[in-house]
Design a protein around this ligand. Structure first.
Ligand SMILES: *[C@@H]1O[C@H](CO)[C@@H](O)[C@H](O)[C@H]1NC(C)=O
Ligand SMILES: *[C@@H]1O[C@H](CO)[C@@H](O)[C@H](O)[C@H]1NC(C)=O
Length: 458
């Protein structure tokens, strides 16, 4: 009798320990409701509605009138992009926008992939859903969710989508891709209530994927997409088969990161640092205050008073374009600040850049997109998710011109199942848009590795 009780206690203890341990690794969140007013009683609307991006004469006439009334202001001599978007070059962009840019054609291009909307937690969530065409018999597509950031949109992925859904190499995996707009961005409705942060976005996207019938899937993200997909992995680790990221600065530097910063220059091998790591980390560390203040003014504004400056941007297409495209210059390459044209067309076409601006302009989403910073920062940096490691197989694409360089050791501190870490040949913060081939390849390589390791353990 005694031994049986003892056995029961031991087994119970082990079970309790395992449950507690798995709980610690899983983020909690409660359902929210973001619609106007109080939630309506009755059935939830679970319908999925096809959506078509539209435009009309009125929208274009209004845009042109505002563009024509812009009041140019001269840039300082030889200031390039160092004081913000260069005014002389802005005039050129505006002229192109007014005379050559064809929004109707771009709308057609946007509608090349099927769009949908569905209501989740009281707001309409927009997404692009691309199923592979002509899937060979016996081949199943691998579902992949891709999440954009700020000041980007689902359009960041447009060049990458066909590379994933119709790969040219027969050995490649065929993906089925879902690219949602974060609520408050693009064609997703903005939350009407305070508090919609990255964990809420993660929960909403889990609900979206469940509604679409996916039991398990892969997820990719950079910028906000990084935190949102990371939170998804923390909320439901069993559902995310693999997490692929191209941005992941340490949100809570632990001892190994601190030690690596202190000693990494003298003992680089000990921390796995290469020449590029040293070149990127130490100039920033040595001037930490100056370097971190230089490029983060926008963040401070958006995390505190988004509605004030946002109102000006929502009235002025030229101001909006300057605000958004300045980031596409500097975040693609810091040295582009010293070019008269911000290097914008070295990596992107004006058509693609202005299409992204037009998604913000026509949907009128700049204010709600900026609020996402406020919601994410106002609860403090010490959120459960920022301390919690991730136990989902992870792949990291390390682009050389990324805003904040993150060496492998730092990524590993958070992502305990880091399976691939690829130093990429070229590219910056908007890597999916700038280097779609490279990004798609890295997603292929990462996913193949996960699938292989699953076969091995079977
Ligand atoms: C906001 O994002 C930062 C990382 O950029 C993170 O450390 C922090 O915990 C987040 N806050 C919330 C409330 O999600
Ligand atoms: C992906 O793997 C292939 C084959 O091993 C390799 O040639 C290629 O460089 C890899 N691509 C990336 C972006 O890592």
């Amino acid at each position: 009798m005694f031994t049986e009780i003892l056995l029961a206690l031991v087994v119970g203890g082990v079970v309790y320990f395992l449950v507690q341990r798995s709980k610690r690794h899983q983020l909690k969140s409660e359902d929210g409701w973001w619609g106007e007013g109080t939630p309506m009683a009755g059935e939830e609307d679970l319908s999925i509605r096809p959506y078509t991006v539209q435009t009309d004469d009125e929208e274009l006439e209004d845009l042109y009138r505002r563009i024509d009334q812009t009041r140019p202001f001269p840039s300082l001599e030889d200031s390039q992009f160092n004081y913000g978007f260069n005014s002389h070059y802005l005039q050129k962009v505006v002229t192109y926008w007014r005379r050559d840019f064809d929004w109707r054609r771009q709308v057609e291009k946007l509608n090349k992939f099927p769009h949908y909307k569905t209501n989740i937690e009281g707001i309409d969530v927009h997404y692009v859903h691309v199923r592979p065409k002509n899937l060979p018999e016996g081949v199943t597509a691998v579902p992949l969710l891709m999440v954009h950031g700020w000041p980007g949109s689902f359009y960041e992925f447009y060049r990458m989508i066909p590379l994933l859904t119709q790969p040219s190499n027969p050995d490649d995996i065929v993906f089925e891709v879902v690219c949602p707009s974060i609520p408050g961005y693009g064609f997703s409705e903005a939350p009407h209530k305070k508090g919609f942060d990255s964990v809420c976005a993660a929960r909403v996207f889990h609900k979206l994927m469940k509604r679409l019938g996916f039991q398990q899937f892969y997820a990719h993200g950079g910028d906000w997409g990084w935190i949102v997909t990371t939170n998804m992995a923390q909320l439901e680790p069993k559902i995310i088969k693999g997490l692929h990221l191209n941005f992941a600065p340490p949100s809570k530097p632990g001892l190994p990161v601190v030690l690596s910063i202190m000693l990494g220059r003298s003992f680089p091998k000990l921390f796995g640092f290469n020449e590029h790591d040293i070149q990127r980390i130490y100039p920033v560390v040595q001037n930490l205050v100056v370097e971190s203040v230089k490029e983060s003014g926008y963040m401070h504004i958006q995390a505190t008073k988004p509605d004030t400056v946002g109102r000006a941007l929502n009235d002025s297409p030229v101001g909006l374009a300057a605000y958004i495209l300045e980031k596409f210059s500097t975040w693609t390459d810091h040295d582009f600040r010293n070019l008269d044209d911000g290097g914008l067309t070295r990596k992107f076409s004006l058509d693609d850049l202005l299409t992204n601006v037009m998604i913000y302009w026509t949907s009128g989403c700049i204010i709600s997109s900026m609020r996402f910073y406020k919601e994410n920062f106002s609860k403090g940096l010490d959120q459960p998710h920022s301390k919690m490691p991730v136990h989902v197989p992870t792949g990291y694409a390390c682009f050389p011109n990324e805003l904040m360089h993150t060496p492998k050791l730092w990524v590993q501190q958070k992502y305990r199942e880091l399976k691939t870490f690829t130093p990429m040949a070229r590219g910056g913060h908007f890597a999916a848009m700038e280097e779609p081939e490279l990004m798609a390849q890295d997603i292929q390589n990462f996913t193949k590795m996960i699938l292989r390791s699953q076969l091995d353990t079977m």
